[in-house]
Ligand binder design. Structure first.
Ligand code: SF4
Ligand code: ZN
Length: 542
C-alpha cells in the first residue's frame, strides 16, 4: 500500500530517482570493462534499498564514450552492468547507456537530456517527477534540461564552479537520498520492534503516538519476520528491515560488516530520537549501543539492566499487569509521544485493504458477514489446538450452516487442507498478510491460537475467539481488542511454561476447550456498542 506522498521543499517526493554511474554509484574506473572492478561507493546499497523500501523506483544513466572510442566493447559494458545490477539489486532494464563519442552530437550524452528522458519514459514517470543524482555538472545540466530535479554529490573531481551552481548538493549518496525522501524540519523518530508480525502489530499504538507528534517523521525498524506487519501500520513513514542477531528466533551469526552497514544507514537518517520496544525477556541495550554509534539524539527503552550512557531514558515498569501494548505506549510517552484525543489505542492497520479473493467474495451474501475464519496454525505447536480439534470445529460449523474459510501460511498448506476437510474453503498459503487482514476483516469472527494472525484480527476489528495457551500470560499477550473471547485454562498449574511443544500429556490448557465453546463464541451476536470508531487522521495532524 503506497504511503501518502509527503512534500519536500515544496516539491513532491520524487516518483523515480536516476543515478549517474561512475563516481556516483561506483568508484570510477575509466572505461571499465571488467566486472571484477565494479565497486559500489560506500552507502550505495543502503541508499538504494531505502528508496526501494519507500516504493521509489531507480535507474542509472551513464555516458560510456569508451565504446565509440574502441576502449571497451558493448559486451564488456553489459557484463559490468550485470555485476552492478547484482551488487545493488537493480531490476532488469534500468541501466541506460550513451555509447556515443563526446563530439558525435547525439541527444543522449549528458549534458543533453536524452538519457534522462529515456530512463523516465521506461519507468513510466514524467521527467518533471524524477530526481537525478550525479557527481559532475553535466549530470545536473542533463537533469535540468529534462525538467528533473538535480542533486549534486561532489567528489574530488567535481569542479568548484559546478558545486557553486548546483541547485542542491549532498555530502554523500545516503544524504542525497535522505534529502529527497524526508521533508525538511521533521522531528525524526525511530521506533524499533525487531521480532515478529504479531509483536509489530502490538507496537502499532506506540507508533501512532509517535506519528501524532506534530512534525514527526517515523521510521520503523523491524526484522524480516515483522516487515509485512510494519508496512501495514498507520503512521509509519519508512520501514527499515534488519535481521537482529539477539532478537530473531533463528539468529544468524553476528557479522561486523552487516552491523557497520546498519549503523551507517541509521546515521544517514539523522535521527533525533529512538524508542526501542522490547518484551521483558529481550534486551534493548545492544540496539541502544548501535543507535548511540549512529548519533541518535535521545534514546528511550525499557531496561531493568543498568544502561550507563546507552539510554537517555531508562524506563522501568513493575513486572506485573501491563499488556505489551501498554508497555510500548508507556515507553513512547517517556519521549513525549502520546496518542491524540479520539485514538483509544486499539490495534489498527492501514486501509483500504486488498480486495477479497473471488471465492471468498462469493461467501459474502447480503449485508452481514456470512463466514467465519479458522486459523489453525501457530509458530509453535504448544500455542494452538491439535489439527484434529480444528478439523472437528470446521465440521461442527458446517453442521451449523456456517461457511468457513481456513487460513494459513505457505508452510501450513498441509494443515489447512486437513482442517478444511470437505466443507471449509482452504486459503492456506494463498494470502499475504494484507490479504489475510482483508479476509478476516470481512468475516463474522476468527478462531485462532496464540499467534500473529490473532493480533491481525484484533487490528482489523474482527471478533477474536482466542484459543489461548497460557505459555505466556494472557494479561500481557492476549489479542488487544474489546471484541475478544479468551478460551483456554489460564489457571492451569503449568501456566507460564514458555514451551514450544507442550511437555504435559494431553496439553490440558487447551484440550479443556471444547469445539462447542468455540462455535458458540463465534456465532454469538456481537455486543452492541463494541464497534470501533475510526482512527483520527494522522496525516491531517502532521
Ligand atoms: S505446559 Fe501447561 S501451559 Fe504450557 S502448553 Fe502445556 S498445558 Fe499449556
Ligand atoms: Zn549518445
Amino acid at each position: 500500500m503506497p504511503a501518502p506522498a509527503p512534500v519536500t521543499q515544496g516539491r513532491a517526493l520524487p516518483r523515480a530517482v536516476l543515478f549517474d554511474r561512475d563516481g556516483t554509484l561506483v568508484v570510477d574506473v575509466p572505461h571499465n570493462g571488467d566486472p571484477a572492478l565494479v565497486r559500489p561507493v560506500p552507502g550505495a546499497r543502503a541508499a538504494l534499498a531505502r528508496l526501494r523500501s519507500a516504493g521509489v523506483p531507480v535507474a542509472v544513466v551513464t555516458n560510456q564514450a569508451g565504446i565509440a572510442a574502441g576502449l571497451v566493447t558493448s559486451a564488456q559494458v553489459d557484463a559490468v552492468h550485470a555485476r552492478l545490477a547484482a551488487l545493488l539489486e537493480l531490476p532488469p532494464g534500468v541501466i541506460h547507456v550513451c555509447p556515443h563519442a563526446a563530439d558525435a552530437g547525439c541527444g543522449c550524452r549528458k549534458p543533453a537530456p536524452g538519457l534522462v528522458l529515456a530512463a523516465a519514459a521506461a519507468l513510466g514517470v514524467p521527467p518533471q517527477a524524477c530526481a537525478v543524482v550525479g557527481d559532475i555538472g553535466s549530470d545536473v545540466e542533463a537533469a535540468l534540461a529534462a525538467g528533473a530535479r538535480a542533486v549534486l554529490v561532489p567528489t574530488p573531481v567535481t569542479l568548484p564552479a559546478e558545486i557553486a551552481v548546483a541547485p542542491e548538493t549532498a555530502t554523500d549518496l545516503a544524504a542525497a537520498v535522505d534529502l529527497l525522501l524526508v521533508p525538511p524540519g521533521r522531528r525524526r523518530v525511530l521506533v524499533a520492534r525487531l521480532d515478529n508480525d504479531g509483536d509489530v502489530l502490538l507496537a502499532g499504538p506506540a507508533v501512532r503516538a509517535a506519528a501524532a507528534t506534530p512534525g514527526s517523521w517515523v521510521t520503523l525498524l523491524c526484522g524480516p519476520r515483522g516487515a509485512a506487519a510494519g508496512r501495514l501500520l498507520p503512521g509509519v513513514d519508512e520501514v527499515l528491515v534488519w535481521h537482529c542477531p539477539w532478537i530473531d528466533a533463528e539468529p544468524r551469526a553476528v557479522d561486523r560488516a552487516d552491523i557497520d552497514e546498519l549503523v551507517d544507514d541509521l546515521a544517514a537518517r539523522r535521527l533525533d530520537e529512538a524508542v526501542v520496544l522490547t518484551s521483558y525477556h529481550q534486551s534493548a541495550l545492544p540496539l541502544a549501543l548501535l543507535l548511540r554509534m549512529a548519533g541518535v539524539g535521545r534514546i528511550a527503552a525499557l531496561s531493568e539492566d543498568y544502561a550507563g550512557a546507552l539510554l537517555d531514558v531508562r524506563h522501568r515498569l513493575p513486572q506485573t499487569g501491563l499488556h505489551e501494548v501498554e508497555r510500548a505506549l508507556s515507553t513512547a510517552a517517556t519521549l513525549g509521544h502520546v496518542l491524540p484525543a479520539g485514538d483509544a489505542g486499539w490495534l489498527a492497520v492501514r486501509r483500504p485493504l486488498p480486495p477479497l479473493p473471488a471465492e471468498v467474495l462469493a461467501l459474502v451474501g447480503g449485508d452481514l458477514p456470512a463466514y467465519v475464519v479458522v486459523h489453525p496454525g501457530a509458530s509453535v505447536p504448544a500455542r494452538t489446538w491439535p489439527a484434529a480439534r480444528w478439523r472437528d470445529l470446521v465440521a461442527a460449523l458446517a453442521v451449523a450452516d456456517t461457511p468457513v474459510v481456513v487460513t494459513g501460511s505457505p508452510g501450513e498448506r498441509e494443515l489447512t487442507a486437513a482442517v478444511a476437510g470437505g466443507t471449509g474453503l482452504d486459503l492456506g498459503g494463498r494470502t499475504d498478510l494484507a490479504g489475510l487482514a482483508a479476509v478476516i476483516a470481512a468475516s463474522a469472527g476468527v478462531a485462532v491460537g496464540n499467534t500473529g494472525p490473532a493480533h491481525l484480527a484484533a487490528a482489523v476489528g474482527a471478533r477474536v475467539v482466542s484459543v489461548f495457551a497460557p505459555t505466556v500470560p494472557a494479561e500481557r499477550w492476549a489479542p488487544w481488542t474489546p471484541d475478544l473471547v479468551l478460551l483456554g485454562d489460564q489457571g492451569v498449574r503449568c501456566a507460564g511454561c514458555r514451551a514450544k511443544v507442550c511437555p504435559v500429556p494431553g496439553h490440558p490448557c487447551l484440550t479443556a476447550v471444547g469445539v462447542a465453546d468455540v462455535v458458540a463464541a463465534l456465532l454469538a451476536h456481537r455486543v452492541a456498542g463494541q464497534g470501533r470508531p475510526p482512527l483520527p487522521d494522522l496525516e491531517a495532524r502532521r
